[in-house]
Design a protein around this ligand. Structure first.
Ligand SMILES: NC(=O)c1ccc[n+]([C@@H]2O[C@H](COP(=O)([O-])OP(=O)(O)OC[C@H]3O[C@@H](n4cnc5c(N)ncnc54)[C@H](OP(=O)(O)O)[C@@H]3O)[C@@H](O)[C@H]2O)c1
Length: 283
């Protein structure tokens, strides 16, 4: 069996993929930027030629949404051009390239969940560079783009951890944005879905997020409730939060295609969050 190659393997999704693939007995090779910088075209070609993976899942990305606004050229090299290096290497060795993308490719207008064939119109640099990554991935003869959203996973720096840090520091009151709606998604559940999609031969674009949707305020309130601490969670607007990068107001992804391909959708985000917090307490 040709191995699975995971790039960005120390990130939230990379770690989850290594763990899930390990449990499934899939031979897996993981590399992060210190051993494979995906912007280095010749290093990518050499590594893929030596590992000869059957599947490459690219989890490497410049994910700091606000920093992308200031450093768009750097973000484009990592989130866009480097995906082309992986696609070309995958093409040369006959591997499937799985590129992980984002709800931020959409404008956030409207109130119907975004389908895979809806026209992307990113608002900011992160979304623009990730959309370029989707285009670059399509250079690989065999490719799958999995769009996900609001990811949280063990060992990651994510929204859930940011809220818990403030709760644990004894902050009595948190102000959280209540006018952006999306789909919180557990990295472990996404990793399972990605490997299932690969197993079933999925190609093209697939949306994969935990079921249900909420606002950042709704997510923070549920975190606080599960933590069992008396913290007041106050709703604020995006404008009041004053973050540098624009963000889609309505980023809910339609998972009908995922459901058809897998015969199941991912569990509700509330269930995923409860499992994440239990695992965090146990570790
Ligand atoms: N996080 C979210 O909410 C979210 C939402 C939608 C989609 N996604 C997408 O899901 C995927 C996984 O996200 P994640 O949250 O797991 O990301 P993450 O935790 O930020 O991990 C990304 C990893 O890629 C590494 N990396 C950065 N530049 C690299 C390079 N040039 N070569 C190789 N590795 C490099 C990072 O290393 P350093 O930490 O040292 O930079 C990090 O270990 C990404 O494609 C992301 O765009 C994420």
């Amino acid at each position: 069996m040709r191995p699975l190659l995971v790039t960005g393997s120390r990130g939230q999704l990379g770690r989850a993929l290594l763990a899930v693939a390990g449990r499934r007995g899939i031979p897996t090779v993981g590399h992060d930027v210190d051993t494979l910088d995906i912007t280095d075209r010749s290093a990518v070609g050499a590594l893929v030629a030596s590992v000869k993976p059957g599947v490459i899942v690219n989890c490497a990305a410049f994910t700091a949404v606000d920093a992308c606004e200031e450093r768009e050229a750097e973000a484009l090299r990592i989130n866009g051009e480097a995906v082309g290096h992986l696609a070309d290497a995958a093409g040369t060795t006959g591997a499937l390239l799985v590129q992980v993308s984002t709800d931020y490719v959409f404008s956030g207008e409207g109130s119907r969940p975004w389908r895979e064939d809806d026209p992307p119109a990113p608002l900011g640099a992160y979304g623009r560079t990730k959309l370029e990554g989707e285009r670059q991935a399509a250079r690989a003869p065999e490719h799958l783009v999995v769009r996900t959203a609001w990811l949280f996973g063990q060992g990651g720096s994510n929204f859930v951890e940011a809220i818990l840090r403030q709760v644990e520091a004894g902050r009595p009151r948190l102000e959280v944005v209540a006018d952006q709606t999306g789909c919180p998604t557990l990295a472990d559940d996404l990793a399972e879905a990605i490997l299932d999609l690969v197993e079933r031969g999925a190609r093209g674009i697939v949306h994969a997020v935990n079921a249900g949707h909420t606002t950042w305020h709704g997510l923070a309130s549920e975190i606080v409730r599960l933590a069992g601490t008396p913290v007041e969670v106050v709703p604020i607007t995006t404008a009041e939060a004053g973050r540098p990068a624009p963000r889609p107001a309505w980023a809910v992804l339609d998972t009908t295609r995922l459901g058809k391909l897998l015969g199941r959708r991912l569990p509700p985000w509330t269930d995923a969050l409860a499992r994440y917090m239990e695992a965090r307490c146990a570790s």
